[in-house]
Design a protein around this ligand. Structure first.
Ligand code: PLP
Length: 386
């Protein structure tokens, strides 16, 4: 029988829904898929070429568990240049995507009984990963437009608090934390001597204001922060399974030891591609951001035209998170509503329950403008009928 640890693990609701959509599509149904969690473009050509060159050049063997030296160095340079944080390459670990590095971070910092504060709505992976580390997730509910403030966190701090998770721009709301609040959170974490795990995966997809890394607010907060990021969203590299974390030497050392006994690091080929991604031409990033910003505007305008739907303009990422509470009837949940929508109109959205936010739906606009308009028109027709 499967272990108790795995029995208590909630499956990834977003991955499950995406698989359901793929299954319906394979049966020939024309589904407008708003569940996607990845850019709709292919990995830029220069990055693909670097991977091909690595393979042809025989760079196909085990890589060090911590990651290859030239990529650790390129990441340290990137963190200095883009994020204004000084990390030495030895304070950087490369892993199998941001998701795996977050898992490894919680394993490295948490003991049984520790608490980790997570603001909701949230990407529920954090909750499951904290539990897998034997710690307790403490949920901190936010109100729309979901911009986390230090005072929200302060209300959740106890003597057992070990870490705060922040994700700006965030999944599923697209909300960003304002710089003044980031500074306050840094102060709070320093005062209470707690870690901050900062998931910065959507840093390059920010519209409201440029992204700021919390570790850049000074030595005290840098000592307590794990800056986690990756290549999936910025460089359209979701399938390459590559990400990185930077932080205090002892914690990074722990994560490297864990990688040594679990993953043996990530693909050598993906890592060479990662070097090109960071050091090569960066124009693909701004092209992608401009494309997403245009679609964000379309999604926002079309959603505001639907009676009963309330929506905030997201600050970043490629998600919009409307409230559908006024549309729910007789005990109906957002999960019921989303199933009904899928069945009747062939439009797939992720219900808020998947993000600890019942009464909402997540719409990803990382799809073509044509599909975006079609899907939102279908939602409007669906709402007008109920
Ligand atoms: N962090 C957040 C907030 C995400 O939304 C995702 C993917 O959807 C990830 C991390 C995972 O990124 P990666 O592909 O680098 O594992």
């Amino acid at each position: 029988m499967v272990s108790k640890l795995i029995q208590q693990l909630a499956p990834s609701a977003t991955l499950a829904l995406s698989s359901k959509v793929k299954e319906l599509q394979s049966k020939g149904l024309d589904i407008v898929d708003f569940t996607v969690g990845e850019p709709d473009s292919n990995t830029p050509q220069n990055i693909q070429n670097a991977a091909i060159a690595a393979m042809r050049g025989g760079f196909t063997k085990y890589a060090p568990a911590a990651g290859i030296a030239d990529l650790r160095e390129a990441i340290a340079k990137k963190l200095k240049k883009d994020n204004n944080i000084d990390y030495s390459p030895s304070q950087v670990i490369i892993g199998v995507g941001t998701k795996q590095l977050l898992y490894s971070a919680f394993q490295a910092i948490c003991n049984v009984g520790d608490e980790v504060i997570i603001a909701t709505p949230t990407w529920t992976t954090y909750i499951e990963q904290v539990k897998l580390a034997g710690a307790t997730p403490v949920l901190c509910p936010l109100k729309a437009p979901f911009r986390l403030k230090a005072s929200d966190i302060a209300a959740c701090i106890t003597s057992r608090t070990k870490a705060i998770l922040i994700n700006s721009p965030g999944n599923p709301t697209g909300a960003m934390i304002e710089n003044s609040e980031l500074a306050n959170i840094a102060e709070l974490a320093t005062q209470h001597d707690i870690y901050v795990v900062s998931d910065e995966i959507y840093e390059k997809i920010a519209y409201a204001h440029p992204h700021t890394s919390i570790a850049s607010f000074g030595e005290e907060i840098k000592k307590r922060t794990l800056t986690v990021n990756g290549f999936s969203k910025a460089y359209a590299m979701t399938g390459w399974r590559i990400g990185y974390a930077a932080g205090p030497q002892d914690i990074i050392g722990g994560m490297i030891a864990l990688a040594g006994q679990t993953t043996s690091g990530t693909s050598s080929i993906s890592q060479k591609a990662g070097v090109e991604a960071l050091l090569g031409d960066q124009t693909a990033i701004s092209t992608m951001r401009v494309g997403f910003e245009k679609r964000r505007q379309i999604a926002y305008l079309l959603l505001t035209e639907i009676p009963g739907i309330e929506v905030a303009l997201p600050d970043g990422a490629f998600y919009i998170f409307p409230c559908i509470k006024k549309l729910l009837k007789n005990g109906q949940t957002s999960t019921d509503w989303a199933s009904d929508l899928l069945e009747k109109t062939h439009v797939a959205v992720i219900p808020g329950e998947a993000f600890e936010a019942p009464g909402y739906i997540r719409i990803s606009y990382a799809i073509s403008i044509e599909s975006l308009k079609k899907g939102l028109t279908l939602i409007k027709e669906f709402v007008n009928k109920i």
